[in-house]
Write a protein that binds this ligand. Structure first.
Ligand SMILES: Cc1ncc(COP(=O)(O)O)c(C=O)c1O
Length: 446
């Protein structure tokens, strides 16, 4: 060991500038470092670059910040909480605000989905829901239910379980050998283009789940995971009746239905949760991102009362009912941020505002259909995906987001799709700016 340390003393550090030491996630790092686009501040609807340039946030951060940036109420709550109770583990201890957040969320959630398990991210919420599904079936004496059903083009985070559920090829390729058993239904992107709202065709795609029941046996299937609107892949809105059909099949065959609402949750579809927008109640909902307006990492799994009751009833009185949890589960500072955020959503009626603005927003987004090289637009609520054809517009999605930044607009792109998810505090003129800037950059008139 001493020899190793002595040897190291003679070695030049390989990194020479401050920028050389960080490996950025989901980023072509070497390209980024050539010409980094950074943020130095944020307030309201805007990010600010290091040179002070204002950049309108057209993606609510990363679907995280619908109430806008730099909210004083959340900052105060976080500061006060650190000084009052900065940390407690949730193992064998707890604190009042975690129970308050749970009951506030229970009021927003569909009836019956009112037990909350706290985590720190969407990925953790997904893996928690997977483990809960396995443990629940085992507790009921159906331990053979170990197979998961997911969907092509889905994104369920980056932990091992969620990576295997995920159906975006690039996110799976390097990690294939994980051993989590998952089968994928077809995605719901049909041949129809430029359909606002829910496509009228495609309900039959839900019958893929029935085929898995026939092929693998319902007694071997634990749960079916879907994003109500597949977000990260570029906004695929569920066909009319599709989620209802999944619900029916799951109910008939004892399969748990899990909605991953990490993007859809907290008003993005115009209701607190997409489950309410589409009128379908799953057995669990995963959430994260906007739960604290993106200010402090936090996530949760909302669990059906019956699942919770089963897990409680089947365990001995002093036994731990679910052998799972994170150091940061129910972190006091995250809970304080969540409460301040929920207060803002309520006092400013932001979910209703999202619902009311949706028509204008979608009309603007679908107006991009007339731009040469825009090959499809999809959207629902305050979420829209705009596909571009790089051969026609002369840039791919990655290049598009760079140029938009340079023209004062932050948009998340995925492949060749721009994903628009404005904060709910936008005005109509801001929505016009988003659409006009995209149009100008795509047509080369910016
Ligand atoms: C639907 C969905 N599930 C899970 C995740 C993972 O969340 P996180 O990045 O907080 O782990 C995401 C992230 O974008 C997501 O969109």
């Amino acid at each position: 060991m001493t020899k190793y340390i002595e040897e190291l003393k003679g070695v030049e550090p390989f990194a020479t500038t401050a920028m050389d030491h960080q490996w950025l996630p989901f980023t072509p790092n070497r390209d980024f470092l050539q010409d980094p686009r950074m943020f130095a501040g944020a307030r309201g609807l805007y990010y600010y670059g290091p040179d002070g340039k204002a950049i309108l946030d057209g993606s609510s951060g990363l679907f995280t910040t619908p109430a806008g940036h730099g909210r004083v109420e959340i900052a105060d709550a976080v500061r006060n909480q650190i000084l009052e109770l900065d940390f407690t583990s949730s193992f064998l201890r707890s604190h009042e605000k975690s129970f308050t957040v749970a009951s506030r969320l229970a009021q927003l959630l569909p009836r019956g989905l009112d037990t909350l398990f706290f985590v720190s991210s969407g990925s953790e919420a997904i893996d928690t829901a997977m483990k809960l599904a396995l443990a629940y079936h085992r507790a009921r004496g159906e331990a053979s239910r170990a197979l998961f059903v997911s969907r092509e083009r889905s994104f369920h985070g980056v932990n091992v379980g969620g990576s295997m559920l995920g159906g975006i090829a690039n996110n799976r390729r390097s990690f294939q050998a994980s051993g989590v058993p998952v089968v994928h239904m077809r995605h719901t992107y049909t041949a129809d283009r430029f359909i606002p709202g829910q496509p009228k065709t495609g309900v039959d795609l839900a019958d893929d789940l029935l085929r898995f029941v026939e092929l693998y046996g319902a007694e071997n299937i634990a749960a079916c995971f879907v994003e109500p609107i597949a977000g990260s892949t570029g906004v695929l809105v569920p066909p009319v009746g599709y989620l209802d059909r999944l619900r029916d099949i799951c109910t008939q065959y004892g399969i748990l239905l899990v909605f991953d609402e990490v993007i859809c949750g907290f008003g993005r579809t115009g209701k607190p949760f997409a489950a309410q927008s589409f009128g379908v109640t799953p057995d669990m909902i995963t959430m994260a991102k906007a739960i604290t307006n993106g200010n402090i990492p936090m996530g949760a799994v909302a669990i059906d009362r019956g699942i919770h009751a089963t897990m409680m009833d089947r365990a001995a009185q002093h036994a731990i009912e679910f052998f799972h949890g994170y150091t940061w589960s129910g972190h006091p500072v995250a809970c304080a941020a969540a409460l301040a955020t929920l207060d803002i959503y309520q006092s400013e009626n932001l979910f209703t505002r999202a619902e009311e603005l949706s028509g204008y927003f979608l009309k603007g987004a679908f107006g991009l259909a007339e731009v040469r090289g825009v090959s499809d637009v999809r959207g629902y609520g305050m979420l829209a995906g705009v596909d571009i054809d790089p051969a026609i517009v002369g840039m791919n999605g990655y290049e598009l987001q760079k140029r938009l930044y340079d023209h004062g607009l932050h948009i998340k792109t995925t492949g060749n799709t721009a994903i628009l998810a404005p904060p709910f505090i936008v005005e109509k003129k801001d929505l016009d700016f988003i659409v006009d800037t995209i149009r100008a950059v795509l047509t080369g008139t910016a």
